[in-house]
Structures are given as C-alpha cells and as structure tokens.
Design a protein around this ligand. Sequence first.
Ligand code: ADP
Length: 679
Amino acid sequence: MGEEPLSASHSKPVPKVTFNNSADWDLFEDLPVAVYTCDKEGYITSFNKAAVTLWGKTPEANKDKWYVNWEIFTSDGILLAPDETPTGKVLKYGRAIKQQEILIKRPDGSVSYILSNPKPRFNEKGELAGAANTLIDITEQKNAESKQGMLASIIESSEDAIVSKNLNGIITSWNGAAQRLFGYTEDEIIGKHITVLIPEDRYDEEEMIINKIRANERIEHFETIRKTKSGEEIQISLTISPIRNNNNKVIGASKIIRDIGRQKKSEERLQQYAERLEILNSIGQVISAELDIQNILQKVTDATTQLCGAQFGAFFHNQVNEQGESYMLFTLSGAPREAFEKFGMPRNTAVFHPTFSGEGTVRVDDITKDPRYGKNAPHFGQPKGHLPVVSYLAVPVRGKSGEVIGGLFFGHEQPARFTREHEQLVLAVAAQAAVALDNAKLYENIKELNEKKDEFIGLASHELKTPVTSLKGYLQIIARNLPPDDKSKVLANRALEQVGKLTILISDLLDVTKIQTGKLPFTYADFDVIKLLTELREILQQTGPSHQLLLNLPAGELIIHADSQRIEQVVINLVTNAVKYSPKADKVIIEALVINNKFRVSVQDFGIGIQPDQLERVFSRFYRVENLASHMSGLGIGLYICQEIVNRHQGRLWVESTYGEGSTFHFEIPINTNDLHDA
Ligand code: ADP
C-alpha cells in the first residue's frame, strides 16, 4: 500500500505491489490506457479499469497471469507462446520493451491491436520482481490505416486518372493512370496549378468547375478536352466531387478523368466499318447484277476511287478478242479520258510490273521518291502533262483461276493518302469485280452462242422453205392428176397434209427469226373480225373433229383495223393448243366480246392446265412445260409468236389456268388502232 505501482525501472527498486487499489492507484484506475503489474511468475498483482475492458474480464488473484485468457499474436498474425509475448520476454530477460505491436484475441473471438510497453520491476535487492505494462489499444487507428491503404491502392490501380486539387486549383494528388494519361509524374505535377492540363481556350471551364465545387455540387461526365505534357489535346470525360474536411467544409475537389478518345475512336471506327461494309455490299449488288463489261469496269472504278479517297482512279482490263489477240479496256474516274489516252496504255515498267504480273499490291506514299520510278525511256517518270500522281495505289485483279485480268490504279497529288485499310477495301471490291467480270464474260459467250443458234435456225428454215414449197406443188399436181378411185390418191392427200404441217413449222421458225431481227412483217386493214372467227371455227372444226368448238360471239359485225392473217394465226395457235393439251376433254369454248373499247377473245379448254410458276414462262421462246406426253409435240414457239403479234397490235395476251383442270388464254386488242402502220 502506498507504493508507486508503476515507477518500475531496473535502476530504481520498488517495493512489492499488492493486489489492491491504493489511493494513488486511483490515479491509474481511471486512465484510458490499460495498466497492469504482475509478479515475476507473471501473476497479475494490480490493474486498472481499462485493463479489465481490454481483457474482457476481471482477473483473479494468484490465478490469472498477465495474458488472462488472451491468445497473443504478432501484428502479422503469428501466434506467440506466453514467454514470447512482450511481458513474457520482460519477465525472462529483465529488459523493458517499447511500443511492441501485438494482436490479442479474446475467447469470444474479438481481436484488438495493442501497443505493449512492458517494463521490469525490481525489489530492494535489485532482483527482478515482476513487470508493469501499459497497453494502448490502436485497433481503430489500425483499421483506419488499412482502410486508407486500401483506398490508396484502389486509387493507384484505377484505370481512370484520379486527381485531387484544393480550392485554389493546386493539384494535391495524382495517381498512376493520371501519369499515363497526361505524361506528368507525381513529383512533377503536385503543387502545380490545374490549368497546366487545360487548353487556354478552355480556362473558363475551370472557373465554372471551382464555382460548382464551392457550392458543394458534383459534376458528372463532363466531356471536354485536356492537354497532355507533350501538348497533345485529348478527349476526356470528367466527374468531379467536392472534398470536405471533418467539419463538412469543402476544401478541394477530386476528379476522375476518363480518356474517351479511344472509346470515341473505336465508336468512329465501328461506324466507319459499318458504312464501308454497306458500301461494299451495295457495290457487290450493283456489279453482280451488271452483265456489261464496260459498265462493270466503270462502276468498280467509280466506287473504289471514292472508297479510297483518290483524286483519280483507273481500271485496266485485259481482254482477248475472237481472234485470240489481247487488248486492253480501261475506265477512269476523276479524270477525263484524254488525260490518259495520249500516253497510250501503261507499259510493263518497274512501277506497273508488280500489278500486271500479279506480284501484289503496290502502295507508296510518294511514288516520285520510289526507286522503281523514273527508270524508263522515253518519259523517265510521269509523262509531261500526266496527272500529278504522288500517292500511288495499285491492285491486281485476278480471275477465277488466279490469272491477272487487270489492275486498279489510284493516284493523289498529295503524299501518304492511301492506307492499309484503303488497300484492303480495294482488294475486296477487286475480288467482287473479278467474279462479276467472269459472269459478264460467260454471259457474252452465251449471248454469242445464242446468236449463232438463231442464225442457224433462220438459215435452216429458209433453206427448208424452197424444197418444201416445191414438194407441196408436185404433190398437188400428182393428187390432182390421179383418178378419183385410185388408192394412191388417199396417200397423196395424206402426204399433202403432212407437208402442210411442215410448211407451218417452217414458217413459224422463220417468224421467230424475223421477230428476233425485228423484221416480222404486218399488213393492217379493216375487216370484220366476227366473220373471220366464224369462218375460222368451221375450218378448225374440220381439221380437229375430236373436240367440239363452241363459239360465243356478239351479234352483227365488228370491223377492226388489224392484220387479219396474223390475228387468224393467233386464234389458230390458241385453239390448236387447247385441243392438243386437253386430250381427255371433248370441247373447247371460244368466246369473243367487246370490253372497254377493246376486242377480247378467250379460248378455254378443260385439259392438263399449267402450274402457277410456269404461267409466265410459256410465252418464252422455245419454252415447253417439262414432261409433256409424247403426243403433245411442239417447238415451244407458238405462244411466243402470238405474244409478239398481239403486242404489235398494242394489245396483250395472258393466261389463267388451274393445274389439272384447264386453261383459258385471252388476248385483247384495241378496236380503234388506226395509228397502226404496215411494217
Ligand atoms: P408448243 O405448243 O409448240 O409446245 P407453245 O408456245 O404454243 O408451244 O406453248 C408453249 C408451252 O405452253 C407448251 O409446250 C405447253 O407446255 C404450254 N401450253 C400452251 N398451251 C397450253 C394449254 N392450253 N394447256 C396447257 N399447257 C399449254
């Protein structure tokens, strides 16, 4: 009692401390810092309230040692045996330990960070008598530290630049991303005014920002321009929040700065990509629908010149004529033909060679500085008066089997105009162009063959006509001269019938040829079409007795101005077809009427009918529906001729049909067609 419990120092022996509170001890009792003493075995001899709070229980005399029921760890979390703890060591070695950080864990699992300051106590003889310890709870401070450390590392590792400044605009913190974005290191920038980052013409923005911050307002996603250390202007998005002190007073601002240049660029690129894709698609569509070589060349030249931003573009295309000689077609864009024509075709010079030999693309920022340039006589470079080409891009165009069929050339008077992207775009169009050119070539071949076929048909039918006409004449004489009871007369008449069919076939073929060449003759005159139909039915009924031909006509006469023979030809054709394509039926209905100042004839049968997808095609030259029965023979030209005849009368011919039930062919011609003239 009465001793100073905590005056322990190995130089100054202290009397034994009792496990009791003295009046002096009261002083320690209420200290916010935990204090305890223990004897040399470690049994607690005195303690204050704060120590009880820290232990989480009141220690029992002669039972509890200094750690009571704590587990003690180093601050890194390594469990310590009692004699390794700071107090344990003091009791072992008799030397004071200052401010050792330990972690204590109570039975309820709660932990605290502690600064432990144990000192040895000695008796009068100077022997170690125990220890006294002050323990400072630093848990809160530790947590705050680690939170701050965490925040600092979040800020440091952020992809966004994070910068703070005070209300005077002086930069007070700067993270790694800010350094990467602006180029200044932390040392260089801290203490500088924020305007080092702002382009001069935007200084007023800073005032606006500071005003808002003073008014405790946030600024979100403000898109603007800032300046880097190298002077480059970059597009950024700013989010600025006020920083307040403990008294809630605004003392500065924190800024999160996002580089949106890259994002903007990639948006732009995406947009550009989509646009280019669209252009490529539409070029593809346009040129693949085109079958004329010159048109394809022109469209490709125009499109590619535009796509790569060239001032002028040219497409040279190797062609081989029928004699096997090769020649070159070319189209231009952005320059008149005369600009090229006076220099002749590009020659196999060092500059053009890689393109025409198919070696590859040539893209040069300045062709006048290229070693391949200017090597050839007579011009040694671009001929005088040539379009001024500096930027140069040339792409070979290859055919299906890989052979070079031409080249696309582009020029610009400024250097470095063509990029790799331009090159790729042109290559893509060149590939499409090659396919289109191949198709056009095939189409031309087919057209040529078709023309040859038409020529042959025309020639053959013409050659057949004369002998068949003579044959018909001779047969007529023979038939006429045979006595009526001669059996051969029947045969001669049958032969005449067949020759008649042959004559019709030949004249149909000749008609087709004439239609092709635009020379089918017409002779227009006024005639009574009702009479014509009535007489025609009589004749047709005699030749085709298998079907009954029913005729519905308006009463009286109807004079029209037309080619009666051709109209007759149409009706014969339609009725003959109706009979031919309805072998199981027994009638055909022919109806004529006047409707809207037009004369209409409809021929209805109850035969095989026509499938919907064939309806239009039956009018094509040489078209016949597939798999027709063998007795339905024909050449597929009757309806083609009919259509031409009706068209030439300014009328129309069409069909309605139900497959398997029958068809009705209609034609209609205007009644007042006095403007039709013989041809
Ligand atoms: P062709 O009768 O000599 O074959 P057309 O030009 O007169 O030639 O007719 C073309 C095709 O149209 C015929 O081959 C046939 O398939 C179809 N066709 C024409 N008329 C009829 C019809 N009345 N009923 C069904 N099919 C028809």
